[in-house]
Design a protein around this ligand. Structure first.
Ligand SMILES: [Ca+2]
Length: 108
C-alpha cells in the first residue's frame, strides 16, 4: 500500500503536467480550430483538427481527450444562457480554462 501511495505521489506532477499541456495546446490553437469563428469548438471542428495531416501523435491524444470529455468540458461554464443544451455549440475557451483549473485543483 505504501509503495502504491509513493508511486501515485511520484506520478502526480507528471499527470498535472500532461493536463496543463493539453489545456495550453488547445488554448494556443483555439482560433485555428474554431473554423466558423463562433468562439466554440464543436465536435466536428475537433474531429477536423484531429485529421490534420501534420498532427502529431501527442496532439492527437490531446484532441481525443477533448472529444471523450466534450460534454463535461462544454458544461464547465454556462456561457450560453439561451441554449438549453450547453454542449450544443461546443467548448469555449472559458470552458477550457474553468474545466482544467478544477481538474488540477481537485487532484491536490
Ligand atoms: Ca466553432
Amino acid at each position: 500500500m505504501f509503495e502504491l501511495d509513493a508511486l501515485l505521489v511520484e506520478a502526480k506532477p507528471k499527470a498535472d503536467k500532461v493536463l496543463a499541456d493539453v489545456c495550453q495546446f488547445v488554448l494556443e490553437s483555439f482560433d485555428k480550430f474554431d473554423l466558423n469563428k463562433d468562439g466554440f469548438l464543436s465536435r466536428e471542428e475537433i474531429e477536423i483538427a484531429l485529421r490534420a495531416p501534420d498532427r502529431t501523435v501527442k496532439q492527437a491524444a490531446f484532441l481525443q481527450f477533448l472529444l471523450v470529455r466534450m460534454n463535461e468540458i462544454a458544461a464547465a461554464v454556462d456561457d450560453q444562457p439561451d441554449s438549453e443544451d450547453a454542449s450544443e455549440s461546443g467548448i469555449s475557451s472559458l470552458d477550457l480554462r474553468t474545466y482544467f483549473a478544477h481538474l488540477l485543483e481537485k487532484q491536490d
